[in-house]
Design a protein. Structure first.
Length: 260
């Protein structure tokens, strides 16, 4: 076959494609465990940042793992609030479970205020301990903003009604508008707020403008994100959803009545 023959060009191009695809596939397979480790580390870091256990967003893997020693992870059945047994908690992926017929549950449209359609029947909750005692309960949550599904953590005190911290670790809202959910100043407004009433029913309002601190409702309200009313409404809806009977309500009731 001469160098100018069409056949040789096709054979060389074909072989090049095969070699490249093998290399790319091998790299993808070999890097997978590293990617999984980094993903899990990132989630741990965001959880600890949301709860204020660590404050440095650039904390090293060693610092994150060290701080995570104080965290106990539980897998709970959302409908009863009871522990799920017989499933490996570390490998259980709640995001995947929300799409798996074995674990998913459709949310009736009239209850789906977070606009997520389906959820996993089982969810992870995190108990942060201080001096051997539970100090914070961290609840993962998600729901629709304007452009994207937003994923975050809400940390509550052990009275199950007072916020200790909040943080989003994945969203696609516009930087400077809905993306201001990442703004430390806005996040700091949450500490001490009570998104539920005395009967533990969710009543959070993310209002347009600033909260009137003299209002009796102020403890249930958060300043809206300016120029981002739609994202703000999404935040309000998702927090209220996950604190309701549909979300962590049964677990929080169990925690209040008899701990964990
Ligand atoms: C390019 C672009 C990006 C926007 N991003 C967001 C966003 O992330 N979140 C949001 O609520 N509104 C966003 N908006 C604004 C909404 O379209 C809508 O005007 C707004 O939610 C109304 O809020 P306001 O009453 O606070 O202005 C964006 C608008 C434009 C033009």
């Amino acid at each position: 076959m001469g160098n100018d023959s069409a056949k040789k060009t096709i054979v060389v191009a074909f072989l090049l494609c095969v070699v490249c695809s093998v290399l790319v596939s091998a790299a993808a397979v070999m890097l997978r465990p590293l990617q999984d480790t980094n993903k899990s580390l990132d989630i741990k870091k965001n959880l600890l940042l949301s709860a204020g256990v660590i404050t440095n967003p650039k904390a090293t893997a060693a610092e994150v793992n060290e701080a995570f020693q104080s965290v106990e992870t539980k897998l709970v059945d959302l409908s009863t609030g009871e522990d799920v047994t017989g499933i490996d908690i570390d490998s259980f992926d709640v995001k995947k479970a929300a799409k798996d017929p074995k674990f998913m549950e459709s949310i009736p449209a009239n209850k789906d205020i977070a606009r997520i359609r389906n959820k996993s029947k089982f969810a992870k909750i995190y108990l942060i301990k201080k001096d051997g005692q539970i100090d914070q309960i961290v609840l993962p949550f998600y729901g629709k903003g304007l452009w994207s599904t937003m994923y975050g953590f809400l940390s509550l005190a052990t009275d199950t009604k007072t916020v200790k911290g909040i943080g989003y670790y994945d969203h696609g809202e516009t930087p400077g508008l809905g993306g201001e959910v990442d703004n430390p100043r806005w996040k700091s407004l949450w500490a001490g707020k009570q998104p539920v009433n005395d009967n533990f029913e969710p009543i959070l309002k993310v209002i347009k403008g600033n909260v009137d601190t003299s209002s009796p409702e102020a403890s249930h309200q958060i300043d809206g994100l300016s120029g981002a009313t739609m994202t703000s409404k999404g935040v309000q809806a998702m927090i209220n959803y996950w604190l309701s009977e549909q979300g962590y309500g049964p677990f929080l009731a169990r925690f209040r009545s008899r701990g964990v």
